[in-house]
Design a binder for this molecule. Structure first.
Ligand code: ATP
Ligand code: MG
Length: 233
């Protein structure tokens, strides 16, 4: 479904990614882990169309998307919930969801919001509430729901657990699995919560200094303290 081939890119003259190759197959949850500053967010920015790429290619359903705009990617079924960018605080829950569907026609948008409320009953209850007054976990659900409005085939998530209290982590990660299983949406997810991400991923990549340092099954890393330490040093 998604194929990143020998991707190289960076900011200004500074190269951040070196020869990154990755695959996400249909139906998979794929995790990306690695230390701060390794280049994880940069990978998602390149895939989503926010950051131009220097060389290599990115294929989505066998077609190159390396020159696509963000809107073109959303239309073709690829949505992105960026790091730290949660919700529009001043707007209501419903308004936030409507913004997620800005490319849809009115009728379709209405239907998608109704369907999304079925997946997130909490948000339905709070639909008229100002998003800034939701709890951290509810805001995270809203950010996730917003990325789902355009009916993506592949969802890119950048540290969705950031700042969440430990007791909320379970709910949020369970939601990812539910979305993946019930709707067949593939997920590429960057996460610092290593144990949680290893538990829900089908495959995992570890990024270190802009390169792929490990690729394999979570079972190869779960409980392997030495290997995990090596990947995060
Ligand atoms: N907008 C930017 N302009 C210039 N350099 C940037 C920019 N964004 C990131 N970088 C640099 O690129 C490198 C990789 O950053 P990136 O955000 O991809 O790391 P990350 O693995 O997501 O880290 P974290 O776990 O802290 O989110 C870092 O050295 C960072 O300073
Ligand atoms: Mg990041």
């Amino acid at each position: 479904m998604l194929e990143i081939k020998n991707l190289e890119t960076g900011y200004g003259k500074k190269q951040v990614l070196f020869d990154i190759s990755m695959v996400v197959s249909a139906g998979e949850i794929v995790g990306i882990i690695g230390p701060n500053g390794a280049g994880k967010s940069t990978i998602l920015k390149a895939v989503s169309g926010i950051l131009p790429i220097w060389s290599g290619d990115i294929l989505f359903n066998d077609k190159s998307i390396k020159k696509n705009s963000i809107a073109e990617n959303i239309k073709s079924g690829l949505t992105f919930a960026p790091q730290g960018n949660r919700v529009f605080d001043e707007l209501t829950v419903k308004d936030n969801l409507e913004l997620g569907g800005y490319l849809l026609d009115k009728k379709k948008l209405k239907k998608r919001i109704e369907q999304t409320f079925e997946t997130f009953p909490i948000l339905k209850k709070r639909s008229k509430q100002i998003a800034g007054k939701l709890s951290g976990g509810e805001q995270q659900m809203l950010a996730l729901a917003r990325a789902l409005i355009p009916e993506p085939k592949l969802l890119l998530l950048d540290e969705p657990s950031l700042g969440l209290a430990p007791n909320l982590l379970k709910d949020v990660f369970e939601k990812f699995v539910e979305i993946n299983k019930n709707f067949g949406i593939s997920i590429l997810i960057v996460e610092q919560k290593v144990n949680e991400i290893l538990n829900i991923s089908d495959r995992v990549y570890s990024i270190k200094l802009g390169k792929v340092a490990f690729e394999g099954k979570p079972s190869e890393l779960i409980g392997n303290k030495d290997k995990l330490k090596e990947l995060f040093l």
